[in-house]
Each structure stands twice: as C-alpha cells, then as structure tokens.
Write a protein that binds this ligand. Structure first.
Ligand code: NAD
Length: 290
C-alpha cells in the first residue's frame, strides 16, 4: 500500500508531482541536490495551490493540509521510509543511473521505484537498481497539476503487482493512464518531439520567424501553443536529450537534432525555466528572439 511518496528532483516536474501527490493525501518527501531548487519548488507549489483555491478547485484548508504534507531534503537517505520513490531529475541517463545507485541502499525492501523520464529506456534504468521487477515508468505531463495524462511504461522485468499499484495510484492522483511499451520516448514524445524539432529546422532554414511558426501552427493546426513556445515550456535541454535518445535508440537519421537546438542548449538558453529560449521572458510579455 502506497502512503509515503519520495520524489527526486525539485524542478518543473518534481514540484508538480509533489503538488498533486500532496493534494491527493500522500505524505511527500521532495529531494534535490540544490537547496535553492527546493525553496523555489515549495514557493511555486504554494502559489499554484493558491491559484487552485482562487478557481474554486480546492478549499483553503485543503491547500494548507497539502503544504503540510510536503517535506524537503538534500540527501537521498531521507527516502528510507517511502513506499514509492519517483525519480524526476535531469533528463540524462548518467545522472539517473548515479541517483539509482546511491538511492538503492536506503530503500525499504518492498519499496517501488518509478522514473518520470521522457524518453530513456525503462528496462535499462531498471537494470541499474537492485529491483527491476519493482521498477516502472510513470511519465507525467507538464504542468502536472493541469495535465490529465500519465503514461505508464513497464520495463521487461516489471511485475504485475507493481503495474497494478501504479495504475491505482495514477487514478488516485486524479489522472488518466495511457499504457506505452518500452520504446524510445514512448508514445507522446515519439510523436511530439519530432514535430518540435522540425519547427526548429523551419526556423533554422529561415522558412519562418519564431512568431510566424508559432502563429502558423496555432491558427493553422489549431494547436493551443506554438511548437517553439512549447519547446521553451518543456525546456530545450530536455527536448535535445529526447531527440538524442530517439536518434540513437531508433538509429534513424530522421530524428537528428536540429543544430540550432543544439546551439541554444550550448548557449544555456534552455527556455522558460532560465528566462530565455526561443523567446525572451525578461519583460512583461515573451519577446521572440528571431
Ligand atoms: N519538462 C517537461 O515538459 C517534462 C515532461 C515530462 C517529463 N519530464 C522529465 O522529467 C524529468 C525532470 O524534468 P524537469 O523539466 O523537471 O527538469 P528541471 O531541469 O526543471 O529539473 C531537474 C531537477 O533535477 C535536479 N537534479 C539534478 N541532479 C540531481 C541529483 N543527482 N539528485 C537530485 N536532484 C537532481 C536539478 O537540481 C533540478 O532541480 C526529466 O527526466 C524530464 O525528461 C519533463
């Protein structure tokens, strides 16, 4: 039975997962290597909860109770009493493998481990733990409190008990599950990221400006956000990482990351989370950079 949930990584996704878990009544331990990220995450969760109160989605008392259920730490040993740990750290296989190696000695024998990876093989990540049968992909969407979907991905060794427990948890969090097989980038990002990468190519080749491309896709394809705006929202480092996983994992040149996306990441222009990507977020309204 899952009562205590540990979350590793207090970025955009980890803080969102902490938010919905706490609102659903779970005790949450949020861990990040960076103390400033933890402070920022708790502040952000508080503001997002207030927004939900203002919209009448949750009561004031529920907001306070949810915040009181969230504890933070900078050390993985804080996760020793968790029934489930969800890893939501940076999208890098090396980072994630190192985390699992450090995490395993602290875990309860029957604790489940999930990863929120957007693209990396669940089977490979599972193999870096002592419990591949209790390891699973639980891919939330951004922003977590708003988006309805959780993709659930079994690795080759994931057992039925773990799969059922995570399906039940997804429903308790008020989310809808879609089941995906363990292929690079699963369902959503296998389809979404090549489109975003193609949008960056159209910018790179001068087919359109940032504004032109986003307006075209919003009004011409009825997308709620333009692809470049969406890329900034996801994080350009995460987008690049997913394209690299697709390119290498499927060995098909159609997935090669656009050189302009690579350049933006090299420049540290990672999107909304750092204040600049395809748009500049330093003013009142986002300003296209090209
Ligand atoms: N951004 C999206 O739209 C989105 C959607 C679904 C899934 N994801 C996945 O969620 C994960 C996190 O993405 P994000 O957008 O929240 O990234 P982010 O950059 O906002 O946050 C990553 C966090 O991980 C922390 N971190 C790095 N190394 C760590 C370590 N060793 N131990 C603990 N914490 C560590 C960083 O300090 C940072 O706070 C990635 O795997 C990403 O692919 C992202």
């Amino acid at each position: 039975m899952i009562e205590k949930i540990g979350i590793i990584g207090a970025g955009q996704m980890g803080s969102g997962i902490a938010h919905v878990s706490a609102v659903a009544g779970f005790q949450v331990k949020l861990v990040d290597v960076r103390e400033d990220q933890l402070t920022k995450a708790v502040g952000g969760i508080g503001r997002n909860l207030e927004r939900q109160v203002a919209k009448g989605k949750i009561a004031e008392a529920a907001k306070d109770a949810a915040l009181a259920r969230i504890a933070t730490a900078t050390d993985l040993s804080a996760l020793a009493d968790c029934d489930l740990v969800i890893e939501a750290a940076t999208e890098s296989e090396d980072v994630k493998r190192a985390i699992f190696k450090q995490l395993v000695p602290h875990l309860k024998a029957d604790a489940l481990v999930a990863t929120n990876t957007s693209s990396i093989s669940i089977t490979r990540l599972a193999a870096s733990t002592d419990r591949p049968h209790k390891f699973i992909g639980m891919h939330f969407m951004n922003p977590v409190p708003v988006m309805q979907l959780v993709e659930i991905i079994r690795g080759i060794a994931t057992d039925e008990e773990t799969f059922q427990a995570i399906k039940e948890l997804t429903a308790k969090l008020g989310k809808t599950a879609a089941i995906a097989e363990d292929f690079p980038a699963f369902i959503v990002n296998r389809i979404l990221l090549p489109m975003i990468n193609e949008a960056v190519y159209t910018l790179y080749e001068g087919v359109g400006t940032v504004e032109g491309i986003d307006t075209a896709m919003k009004l011409g394809a009825n997308h709620p956000m333009g692809p470049l705006e969406l890329a900034d929202f996801i994080g350009l480092d995460t987008c690049l990482s997913i394209m690299q996983v697709l390119y290498e994992g499927l060995a098909d040149s159609k997935y090669r990351p656009c050189p302009l996306l690579v350049k933006y990441v090299e420049a540290g222009w990672l999107g909304r989370k750092v204040g600049r990507g395809f748009y500049d977020y330093s003013g009142d309204v986002p300003r296209p950079t090209r």
